[in-house]
Design a protein around this ligand. Structure first.
Ligand SMILES: NC(=O)c1ccc[n+]([C@@H]2O[C@H](COP(=O)([O-])OP(=O)(O)OC[C@H]3O[C@@H](n4cnc5c(N)ncnc54)[C@H](OP(=O)(O)O)[C@@H]3O)[C@@H](O)[C@H]2O)c1
Length: 325
């Protein structure tokens, strides 16, 4: 009897990161894939099911241990790509995964490198949920195998575009924060699944942190390419946010009520990456992460400029419902 391919269960498979991971695992042809979702009738999940993905219904804020064990039975690896409200619920996944013998858990990380104390989402407890670093500690103490995956900032959040290209206005991508000369690690969201497929079948990444990145560039380097591609008229729409202005935004976002927490996440990401310069390959490696490019020198990761060329030809706007039309 031929051996079955390893089963990977993805929590959050209908989201932006989760969809990319399902696609990458399917493209690799090396895994059986199961998706966990609150609403399996969502069109992208129905399409996954048509391509052989097993779709399980479960709400992580209400699911029982018994149901989680049922979902995870036979799995080699579980991956979570979830919103902050579900970070704490990953403890239940850890318990169920241990009970049924899952070999490796990749918890919800997929964030940029930053030291503790800079990003609330990353390492500070809040009443509604735990935080990403606390879950890492919980997993380590549990004895469950793990890989913590950090990534470069999605390139889609840095490429500037005119509204007529996509139908969406994205001020965030038109703002240059600080000097614009701080390098940041970058990853194409659409490629993350292909890279995750490499990482999770590799014993060298078991019980390690891996930084997945494609390029490292500054905002100003991005704008220089935009000018070459789209001309100097569009570049007039660039808006400079000096450090002092960003610091005021950050202070206001940190003092804002909990229902505006997303503004805090964004302001802290920008402070960390564009002012402090935390999101670099050198800093991630110094903090102990394995470098994806050193692990897989055969991977030909496109540059940010190549990504931009492809984006201007055929743009994909993730989280489109968050942008103004
Ligand atoms: N590196 C970067 O630039 C970057 C950018 C953005 C995000 N991230 C990180 O990427 C990770 C994943 O975020 P994302 O943006 O991919 O998330 P997303 O698109 O918002 O997707 C969230 C997923 O979680 C599922 N979900 C939500 N509540 C659930 C519940 N109670 N039970 C079960 N499933 C639930 C959603 O499913 P349904 O709603 O369909 O049920 C959806 O599949 C996060 O850690 C985030 O911080 C990184």
């Amino acid at each position: 009897m031929s051996e079955q391919k390893p089963l990977v269960v993805i929590f959050g498979a209908s989201g932006e990161t989760g969809r990319s991971i399902v696609e990458g695992l399917l493209r690799s042809g090396e895994f059986r894939v199961a998706a966990v979702a609150r609403n399996p009738s969502k069109p992208n999940l129905v399409k996954f099911a048509e391509r052989g993905v097993t779709v399980h219904q479960a709400d992580l804020l209400a699911v029982t241990q018994e149901r989680l064990r049922e979902i995870l039975t036979g799995a080699d690896c579980a991956i979570a790509t979830l919103p902050p409200t579900c970070i704490e619920a990953q403890k239940d996944i850890v318990e169920a995964a241990k009970a049924v013998g899952v070999r490796r858990f990749v918890p919800d990380d997929f964030g940029t490198e930053a030291p503790t104390g800079v990003m609330y989402l990353h390492d500070q407890a809040c009443p509604q949920s735990s935080h990403k670093l606390a879950i890492r500690e919980y997993i380590k103490k549990s004895g469950l195998g793990y890989t913590f995956i950090e990534v470069g900032y999605w390139m889609h959040f840095v490429v500037p575009w005119p509204v007529q290209l996509t139908g969406f206005a994205a001020d965030l991508t038109r703002e240059v924060v600080g000097t614009g000369d701080v390098p940041l690690a970058l990853t194409n969201l659409s490629h993350i699944g292909d890279y995750v497929a490499r990482v999770i079948k590799d014993d060298r990444t078991l019980n390690q942190t891996v930084l997945i990145w494609e390029d490292e560039k500054t905002q100003n380097q991005g704008w220089a390419h935009t000018e070459r591609k789209l001309g100097s008229d569009f570049v007039q729409q660039k808006k400079k946010i000096p450090e002092a202005e960003l610091m005021k935004q950050l202070e206001a976002a940190r003092a804002a009520p909990p229902e505006q927490i997303v503004m805090r996440y964004i302001a802290e990401y920008r402070y960390s990456m564009y002012i402090r310069g935390d999101n670099t390959v050198a800093k991630a490696k110094a903090a102990g992460a394995l470098d994806f490019k050193e692990l897989y020198p055969d991977v030909k990761a496109p540059t940010f400029e190549e990504f931009m060329d492809a984006f201007y030809e055929s743009p994909y706007v993730p989280y489109a419902d968050a942008f103004e039309t």
